[in-house]
Ligand binder design. Structure first.
Ligand SMILES: [Zn+2]
Length: 325
């Protein structure tokens, strides 16, 4: 692409040039599906797969939402390049890049290590992007890891896909006129989740820490659990203003009020399920007790969600249950 084209792209923002492109969904939800569905429940879970098409929508003058890759990617048009939050799956990252109409990605944030967020790391890194992520996200990408639900190992990513800059707590940077703040969300979905806040555009990327459409996923094997999720949502609520556009990895843009409602439900579920866990109840017991019924939300696979909740509770039992003996 010629420089003049790139400049006009940056001036126009992403949406006007990118348009709407339909693409087949080649990748599955590789990262987030790590827990077993029971017999009969798998079909229900599979209906949660998002539509196989890339669409773009302009959220603000500088910020564009790219959806369907298979989740959401956020692109900030700033200064002499683009800042991305997540990169899509490996199969769809090329179409994300294409939708940017040749504009150079200077910084790519990974909200966490899952493959549907980090699949484009090598592609954008090769094109000169700096990749910024939590230190633990880099550790998951640079080492082989076991997926208990599938009884399989996932190989480490090649070095070209590793984050080039990492942090532990929080940080900030400037991109053109935009002030960007980012920070850790402890144990909310994995153990390396972060938010990215485009302060001037008032857009807050929350990764898989909010999930307005799909069942919330707690990747307990990598450290996610319901207690961490509630705390992280409180952190996000403290950052967001009433009119902040809150963008999850999957699903529509949320308002602060919607995030508050999801947090309130997670806290309610935390209270009931920790109490039942303390009494020795299993996920099946909780399902039969109707823990997820009449809570103002339908779940696609209630058993799987409860299974994840219980696994996370046992991994963090000393956080709420005191000594086991
Ligand atoms: Zn995820």
């Amino acid at each position: 692409m010629k420089t003049t084209d790139r400049r006009s792209f940056l001036q126009a923002g992403l949406t006007s040039l990118a348009g709407v492109v339909s693409l087949p969904l080649l990748g599955g939800l590789v990262g987030c599906v790590q827990t077993p569905a029971r017999e009969g429940a798998g079909a229900a879970a599979s209906t949660a797969t998002p539509k196989p098409s890339l669409t773009t929508a302009k959220l603000t003058e500088r910020v564009t939402l790219i959806s369907g890759v298979p989740g959401n990617v956020i692109a900030l048009s700033a200064g002499d390049g683009v800042v991305l939050v997540d990169s899509g799956s490996a199969a769809l990252a090329g179409s994300v890049k294409k939708s940017l109409a040749g504009a150079k990605v200077t910084t790519l944030f990974n909200t966490h290590y899952h493959a549907d967020q980090t699949g484009g790391n090598a592609l954008f890194s090769a094109a000169g992007a700096q990749i910024e992520a939590h230190k633990i996200t880099r550790q998951w990408l640079e080492t082989d890891y076991y997926v208990p639900a599938d009884n399989r190992w996932v190989k480490a990513q090649p070095k070209s896909a590793w984050p080039t800059k990492t942090f532990r707590d929080k940080g900030e940077m400037k991109a053109g006129a935009e002030s960007i703040e980012f920070g850790y969300l402890l144990e909310a979905h994995t153990r390396g989740d972060i938010y990215v806040f485009f302060r001037d555009s008032n857009v807050l990327a929350v990764g898989d820490v909010a999930s307005p459409l799909r069942d919330p996923v707690l990747d307990w094997y990598s450290g996610g659990w319901l207690g961490g999720r509630v705390d992280a949502m409180d952190d996000l609520l403290a950052l967001a203003k009433d009119d902040t556009k809150i963008v999850p990895c999957y699903g529509p843009v949320m308002t602060r009020a919607q995030l508050q409602a999801e947090r309130d439900l997670m806290l309610k579920l935390y209270n009931t399920t920790t109490d039942l866990t303390d009494k020795g109840r299993s996920a099946q017991d909780m399902l039969e007790a109707g823990v997820l019924k009449d809570v103002g939300r339908e779940f696609q696979d209630p058993y799987r969600f409860l299974y994840d909740i219980c696994k996370g509770h046992w991994a963090h039992y000393t956080n709420f249950g005191g000594n086991i003996v």
